[in-house]
Design a protein around this ligand. Structure first.
Ligand code: FES
Length: 130
């Protein structure tokens, strides 16, 4: 079987984040939480942010989903840590997929959870501060 079929069409970067996810787990007393769910497959991403000033200083996630969703979540955490809130709000799912070196076309939608969970977390942060 060709290697790319063995790896579900995922490239080595995606496989690495899928099998060794960065920043996975819980966070005690996060500044805010974002939850996103894919209504088609039911996969879930819960994102925890710690914010200091206008910057994200730590991120954790829990994903109940496919390999592409886990890899996207893991890469997202790396992209969020150190960013300003304004910068974070502009991260699109295609940015996450690109940072992973690409996802198979039928898996691009899995990275949407990353964008939606980020938006939900930033919305939660705005509400908590209001
Ligand atoms: S199949 Fe559901 S997010 Fe990938």
């Amino acid at each position: 079987m060709p290697l790319d079929q063995e790896n579900f069409g995922y490239n080595p970067t995606v496989m690495d984040h899928f099998q060794n996810p960065r920043n996975s787990g819980d966070m005690e007393n996060p500044s805010c939480i974002g939850l996103a769910r894919n209504s088609d497959c039911g996969d879930l991403l819960k994102l925890y942010l710690r914010i200091e000033g206008d910057r994200i200083v730590d991120v954790k996630f829990k994903t109940y989903g496919c390999g592409a969703a886990i890899a996207s979540s893991s890469k997202l955490t790396e992209m969020l840590i150190g960013r300003t809130l304004d910068d974070a709000a502009h991260i699109k799912n295609t940015d996450v997929a690109e940072a992973l070196g690409g996802l198979p076309p039928h898996k691009i939608h899995c990275s949407v959870l990353a964008q939606q969970a980020t938006a939900a977390a930033l919305d939660d942060w705005s509400k908590r501060r209001a």
